[in-house]
Design a protein around this ligand. Structure first.
Ligand code: NDP
Length: 323
């Protein structure tokens, strides 16, 4: 089978297409023939070495396809099931062995591309809005990169929960997409001072929560956009990792709360996984949640997908489609 691996962390040119033996599922595992693999920013972090793994580093944290074989003691899925998964590394490949408890059966009417586009970013938007800072009617939320893969889903879910949503984007075209997703206000953070805009829009009060995936570039002003005792949810590093800082700053800026969550810790049990994935997939099937697939690539063009995602040129999901 074909797979993409990284031997030495670095630029997109480090992504290598290799021939590898088809893996065999052990107890509790299933072999999935991958029809679509999601491209996520976390793949870039593994490629560059910001997140550590032993080489050869298999890439890809999300996929959808058909169960081709199961190991002993698998109860969750059977051969022939249409499934999807997230947070199991190695989906940039024709096949992947996945712990069976991480596999979710797809409802009829959800195709593989949609499923591979929905799992990781959808469950992320779900835990951020339902668990990390459970939004309620009337809350105000600032969502950076609101036209990104996570961003468009986060905006939609925040609106479902009744929040007033301010999004940031780098371009007017992306702002239009964020508005379509439901954002009440969109700030062009490449041209406007988003902190000043947030203060103006909230009559000086500040927002209840900032969902910040941009990291280094927005960190300071995100803290300054919060109301006293508001929550800073720093969940990504698209512009670079946030530098070390002193907890005293949280006190000085209004007894703020800070959390740095990861999907892995919000999907620790099968029950939690089925709740989040079930909501996401059922909302899509019912037409309540829209998935925007921006671009698809053959597996061999994984490096181009990484270049595109890192260049800020994309809005929505990027997928690799093995032949
Ligand atoms: P996106 O589609 O959101 O792409 C990143 C976006 O970030 C860009 O399109 C761009 O939007 C914005 N951005 C701002 N500054 C930069 C920069 N210097 N370089 C590149 N992009 C920049 O990607 P994903 O949806 O895959 O991921 C979004 C973020 O969410 C990532 O940081 C990722 O790590 C994080 N994440 C965290 C998870 C968790 O559980 N903690 C799970 C999933 C994702 P614009 O042009 O509008 O500025």
């Amino acid at each position: 089978m074909k797979a993409i691996v990284v031997d030495t962390p670095g630029g997109p040119e480090q992504l290598k297409l290799v021939e590898a033996p088809k893996p065999e599922p052990k107890a509790g595992e299933a072999l999935v023939k991958i029809a679509a693999a999601g491209v996520n920013f976390i793949d870039i972090y593994y490629r560059t070495g910001l997140y550590k793994a032993d080489p050869p580093i298999a890439l890809g944290m999300e996929g959808a396809g058909v169960v081709e074989a199961v190991g002993p003691a698998v109860t969750e899925v059977a051969v022939g099931d249409r499934v999807a998964y997230a947070m199991c590394r190695g989906s940039y490949a024709d096949y992947q062995v996945v712990p069976a408890w991480q596999l979710v059966k797809l409802p009829d009417g959800i195709d593989f591309a949609t499923a591979a586009a929905a799992m990781l970013q959808g469950m992320t938007a779900h835990y951020l809005t339902h668990s990390t800072f459970p939004l309620k009617e009337g809350d105000t939320a600032l969502i950076h990169a609101a036209a990104g893969g996570v961003g468009l889903l986060l905006v939609q879910m925040a609106k479902m929960r009744g929040a007033r949503v301010f999004g940031t984007t780098s371009t007017e075209a992306k702002a239009a997409l964020a508005r379509q997703a439901g954002a009440d206000e969109v700030i062009l953070y490449t041209e406007q001072d988003f902190q000043a805009e947030v203060r103006r829009l909230t009559e000086g009060r500040g927002v209840d929560v900032v969902y910040d995936s941009v990291g280094a570039a927005t960190w300071e002003k995100s803290l300054d956009s919060l109301r006293p005792r508001g929550m800073m949810v720093s969940f990504g590093n698209s512009s670079g990792a946030v530098p070390p800082f002193a907890p005293l700053v949280l006190s000085q800026k209004g007894s703020l709360f800070l959390t740095r969550p990861s999907l892995a810790h919000y999907c620790q049990t099968r029950q939690e996984l089925l709740w989040r994935a079930g909501d996401v997939l059922n909302w899509i099937a019912a037409g309540r949640l829209k998935i925007r697939i921006d671009r698809t690539y053959p597996l061999v063009e994984a490096a181009q997908a990484h270049r595109d995602l890192a260049s800020r040129a994309t809005a929505g999901k990027l997928l690799l489609l093995p032949e």
